[in-house]
Design a protein around this ligand. Structure first.
Ligand SMILES: [Fe+2]
Ligand SMILES: [Fe+2]
Length: 306
């Protein structure tokens, strides 16, 4: 029996194959029209070097073929594991919003949304392979898990549904566009309509709610931590290179971040986040702007993180 309640459910165990609950779940998913799991043997590479801008990184270009393959496969697994964890967190988040609903319609809507995220989770899981991302040590997933525990509905609506679902929409669109596995590409593409509705519902409900000063301060705090993670640039790519090439010196880290064009990389993402936030609350954007949180770090500054 689990002792600690966690909305995101990252620590939930998977049941053994022979457990009968698996069969009931498979039947229930099948009735809802879940596409068959991929049958052809799953290549670990669904996004190629160019997707991560590794074609511009000299240390990657100079690496042995096996090392290149290992770096690429780690980054591919990271992307998949992150998506799987986000969908899993979504199931729990939407279920929590069922309990926090203030009308029958809201309750029904969130129960449907929880089912959407369940379908996404079930469809992505077969691509997951061996988890490389440990949810307990990944800073983004940890932050997500903490924010979901908030009992302040305006914080949940703005941070998770307006900002992160809005961000997720663009992220999934890019994952689909850059994916060389046609089945997986179609899968990410098929999530977009539901994700867009999750985001839209968040915008509508947030606008109808009264935002108190303490809630706004809490939202700004959460988003400040999230923006900081974007400001530091493509640290995962740097981490994957370090894992397979061994220790990187500071000048090497700076060079890789320069070649990855970390400033442009972060700038593009920060501007996207800003526009998503600005559509719903100009005052929150102003507060974050005053803290200079939409400015990317230079390669020298970013090299000190990760
Ligand atoms: Fe989803
Ligand atoms: Fe969603």
């Amino acid at each position: 029996m689990k002792t600690e309640l966690s909305t995101v459910g990252f620590n939930l165990p998977d049941l053994a194959q022979e457990n009968k609950t698996n069969r009931i779940l498979a039947a229930a998913l099948g009735e809802r029209g879940m596409a068959a799991a991929p049958t052809d043997d799953i290549s670990p590479i669904h996004w190629e070097a160019g997707y991560f801008d590794l074609d511009r990184v000299s240390i990657f270009q100079g690496a042995r073929a096996l090392e290149q393959q290992q770096i690429l496969s780690q980054l591919n697994q990271d992307l998949l594991q992150e998506s799987i964890h986000i969908e899993q967190a979504g199931v729990g988040y939407m279920a929590k919003m069922v309990l926090m609903a203030e009308s029958n319609q809201e309750c029904m809507l969130y129960a449907l949304f929880s089912a959407d995220e369940t379908m996404h989770l079930a469809q992505l899981k077969p691509y997951g392979g061996n988890p490389t991302t440990d949810a307990a040590t990944d800073p983004f997933l940890q932050l997500l898990a903490e924010i979901v525990e908030s009992m302040d509905k305006t914080v949940l609506l703005f941070v998770l549904q307006v900002v992160l679902e809005g961000w997720g929409l663009t992220h999934y669109r890019q994952l689909a566009r850059g994916c060389i596995n046609l089945q997986l590409r179609d899968l990410f593409q098929s999530f977009l309509q539901a994700e867009s509705r999750h985001h839209g519902a968040g915008v509508t409900l947030f606008r109808q709610a009264d935002l108190s000063a303490p809630s706004q301060a809490a939202i700004v705090d959460c988003l400040a931590m999230f923006l900081q993670m974007i400001r530091v640039g493509p640290q995962r790519v740097l981490g994957a290179i370090a894992t397979h090439k061994g220790h990187l010196s500071r000048p090497q880290r700076i060079q890789i971040l320069q070649q990855l064009d970390t400033v442009a990389h972060s700038h593009q993402r920060l501007q996207l986040l800003k526009s998503i936030m600005a559509q719903t609350s100009a005052t929150i954007v102003d507060e974050l702007e005053q803290k200079d949180l939409f400015t990317p770090l230079s390669p020298e500054e970013a090299a000190s993180y990760g």
